[in-house]
Design a protein around this ligand. Structure first.
Ligand code: NDP
Length: 419
């Protein structure tokens, strides 16, 4: 029924592709295109004997709009799933518009070089006006809203777990559990252990940038920014146990604040072990997280890219990682005039993911929602011209699909709250 082009073939994409191939009646034809075609070929070869989906592969540099346009015109997909890196969001959106094709991704745009003066000028203005200093924000992609509306195309932004499922949980709470929501706490716990002193469980460059940035949260209609890792809480997570967690800036807070303007406070917490934090601080102090090129022995290198080459490939952590993730949202608010609390979350086991698709749970919890988001678009459940985040659509069919395809929800009507 549907022809889909997936761009990227890394940790998250390979899970999403495998899950698409489990739903061959919708994903009848798939083209896997990435910078390194050999990875696409290897995955296609692995999947061909076990799926009815017809898979082809292609090489593409997604930084180059003309290459993308050529590929899209040749393959003629109904949907482009961007599971490359956030750096490519805008070029892929441009190519989709030029070719009249729907778009989706799993993370909002940020530039590869944050020292680019043209980008920096806009960024610094946004920092002053909005009050948060993360390198990524939705403004770049929201600016495409009118163009997608006029073209009659849908762009679905940030359809992984967080962002992604966490926003569907918010839409579900607003639809079914509350008359009004006062606070939202998003809790992302990774209780997995891969046995390395230091490794990131998704793309190191994106992960380290996110974690080393100042934290921020939304309260009473504005952002409050705090030094990185300066708000710490502990929480006892279902099936994982007690963990330290830290308040981070996270992209879905921005869209949730816009789409749920009456919510008084929105925070995001992520768990980290002490070893991870010590290594990160040290790498930052010596300049290894830098994104501006430096000269070394007559050669130009970007410190964070060099670091990426040294660190374990996140895709290789699968066989080593044991334990579970627990990601969800805690709400306070009122229903029928009474105060109410509610917690909705998913628990995912690293080893079970590895047995099913050969990846650890971080790639799995992102790749499955990407497939389910694509399913919503291809089956017409979420089709609406414009640029949208997940909470703007009906959460019910999406959460049903997640229940079915590997990320079932759990809930509590009397959760411990985060102070
Ligand atoms: P990986 O680094 O494992 O994979 C990235 C893939 O994109 C690789 O196949 C890479 O190719 C390809 N790629 C990179 N640059 C280009 C380019 N210019 N042209 C074509 N292909 C390119 O990343 P992950 O799988 O860990 O992450 C994928 C996305 O998922 C990221 O945007 C990340 O931010 C997002 N994410 C979202 C989460 C959520 O919950 N919403 C959670 C985790 C991740 P090559 O092999 O040649 O390098």
């Amino acid at each position: 029924m549907s022809r889909v082009l997936v761009i990227g073939c890394g940790g998250v994409a390979s899970v999403a592709i495998q899950k698409c191939c489990q739903v061959s009646e919708v994903f009848t034809e798939l083209c896997i295109a990435s910078r390194t075609k050999s990875k696409c070929d290897a995955l296609a070869e692995k999947l061909e004997p076990v799926t009815k989906t017809k898979i082809t592969t292609a090489q593409v540099d997604a930084d180059d709009v003309q290459q993308l346009i050529r590929l899209i015109q040749e393959y003629k997909p109904e949907l482009v799933m961007n599971i490359a890196l956030p750096y490519q969001d805008l070029t892929i959106m441009d190519a989709c518009l030029a070719c009249g094709v729907n778009y989706m991704d799993t993370a909002n745009y940020e530039p590869e070089n944050i020292d680019d003066p043209k980008w920096r000028e806009i960024y610094e203005k946004r920092c002053r006006e909005e009050g948060f200093s993360a390198y990524f924000d939705y403004s770049w992609q929201w600016a495409y809203k009118k163009k997608f509306e006029e073209a009659g195309l849908t762009a679905l932004l940030g359809c992984g777990f967080d962002p992604g499922v966490t926003q569907a949980y918010c839409a579900y709470a607003a639809k079914h559990e509350f008359d009004s929501i006062d606070t939202i706490d998003i809790l992302d716990c990774n209780g997995g252990d891969h046995g390395y002193a230091f490794a990131t469980n998704f793309n190191p460059e994106i992960n380290l940038r996110e974690v080393s940035a100042p934290g921020s949260y939304w309260e009473d209609g504005h952002w409050i920014e705090i030094p990185a890792m300066s708000i710490k809480r502990d929480y006892t997570f279902d099936q994982v146990g007690q963990k330290d967690m830290y308040l981070l800036h996270h992209e879905e807070i921005e869209s949730l604040a816009k789409n749920f303007p009456d919510v008084k406070r929105i925070r995001f917490f992520m768990t980290f072990g002490q070893s991870y934090l010590d290594h990160m601080r040290c790498l930052e102090d010596v300049g290894m997280l830098g994104t501006a090129p430096i000269q070394y022995n007559g050669q130009e290198i970007v410190p964070i890219q060099f670091l990426k080459a040294l660190l374990p490939d996140p895709a290789s952590l699968g066989p080593r990682t044991k334990g579970k993730t627990n990601i969800g949202c805690i709400f306070t608010g009122t229903k029928d005039g009474q105060p109410k609390t509610y917690y909705i979350y998913n628990v995912c086991d690293h080893q079970e993911c590895y047995r099913e698709v050969g990846s650890q749970a971080i790639s799995y919890t992102t790749g499955v929602p990407a497939m389910c988001g694509a399913l919503m678009l291809l089956t017409g459940k979420w089709s609406r011209p414009g640029v949208y985040t997940v909470e703007e659509f009906d959460p019910d069919p999406f959460l049903d699909a997640l229940d079915l395809y590997g990320l079932p929800r759990s809930e509590s009507h009397a959760p411990a709250l985060v102070d």
